[in-house]
Design a protein. Structure first.
Length: 342
């Protein structure tokens, strides 16, 4: 019988406690043996919740003292790149919260480190596994609406949505970006998976907060032409409510997205409604969506031939966010996207 993979959680904030830890505990293939968090209050919480687990405030002693297979990186984004490189240098796999990195130029170095060490770098792109989006992709793959020609999605969040225990999302140096790195990252890989191809170019308009220096984008409008259609995304932290909605239009029908249900209109037939127990806007953590992410991580760790799809998806999202920021700086002009294969 194969031994469990031994992991350490790096950063014991809300996403670690409410999303990652419950899913790790339910999966018999993994065992979390250590936690690292420099904050004394988070250290105390870790000791209370995981009395059998070693708790550290620095990574050096953790790597020196623990026999590990992987790191689960749940820190704010600015720390991801350095921690990934430390993990590769120690011969460890990486399970990392999004965004994978905040600076596009760090990707080649990380990719080389992963290749040289033979380790997996796996990003937590968990929104793909929301039951609503699984059903939407199933309807698209089965050609219920024909070929998708347009996707228009809207993400509404009120001010002060999230931010972590230290409100780090409001700190540009720590967060790396605003809502584009937060909800935008998820919706980039979602629309790519539904279109079945990468965009040809990207144009972005952004509205910024006046409360941070440098300012963070609080509202983003993206337009992305694809070979077979067009995608538009509207994301905002300035809404009066929490809601996700949108429309997926094919040449033979339409799927309406309404937070906790889909409505399919196709082929002149009566509307079909699909309901889901948890709305997309209902939580920031979604532990149930984490379980299949961890299963795919396990597959990549155990079988080198299965690797590549998650890296391509995450590096593609990093590239698209970089181009969106560039587009906004250059007057929302359409920036070409380098060729990518699905």
């Amino acid at each position: 019988m194969r031994d469990c993979l031994r992991g350490a959680i790096i950063g014991f904030g809300n996403v670690a406690r409410r999303a990652h830890l419950p899913a790790w505990r339910e999966n018999g293939n993994f065992r979390m043996v250590a936690v690292l968090d420099p904050d004394p209050e988070q250290e105390r919480l870790a000791r209370d919740l995981l009395p059998e687990t070693a708790v550290y405030s620095e990574i050096g002693p953790l790597l020196a003292e623990q026999a590990l297979d992987f790191l689960d990186i749940c820190t704010p984004p600015c720390f991801h790149g350095d921690l990934i490189l430390k993990a590769c240098d120690a011969g460890l796999h990486v399970f990392c919260e999004k965004p994978l990195v905040t600076r596009l130029e760090s990707l080649p170095r990380i990719q080389r480190a992963a290749q040289e060490s033979g380790r997996v770098i796996f990003t937590v792109n968990n929104w793909k596994y929301a039951p609503l989006w699984i059903k939407a992709r199933e309807l698209i793959r089965s050609k219920k609406v024909g070929t998708v020609r347009s996707i228009a999605l809207t993400v509404l969040r009120p001010p002060h949505s999230g931010g972590g225990l230290s409100d780090w999302r409001k700190c540009p140096e720590v967060a790396g970006g605003g809502i584009l790195f937060d909800h935008g990252w998820h919706h980039l890989y979602l629309v790519v998976s539904m279109m079945g191809e990468w965009p040809l170019s990207v144009s972005a308009r952004m509205a910024y907060s006046r409360d941070t220096d440098p300012p963070l984008e609080e509202t983003v409008d993206l337009v992305m032409p694809f070979p077979s259609g067009e995608v538009t995304l509207h994301l905002t932290w300035r809404a009066s409510c929490r809601r996700n909605h949108g429309v997926i239009t094919g040449d033979e029908g339409t799927i309406f997205v309404n937070d906790d249900h889909l409505i399919l209109l196709a082929n002149g037939l009566p509307a079909t409604r699909y309901d889901f127990p948890e709305p997309l806007s209902g939580s920031s953590h979604h532990p149930e969506w984490m379980k299949p992410v961890m299963e795919h991580f396990l597959i990549e760790v155990l079988d080198a031939r299965a690797r590549g799809a998650n890296w391509a998806e995450a590096s593609g999202c990093a590239e698209l966010t970089h181009l969106a920021y560039q587009s906004c700086r250059e007057g929302s002009r359409f920036i070409p996207v380098p060729n990518r294969r699905m």
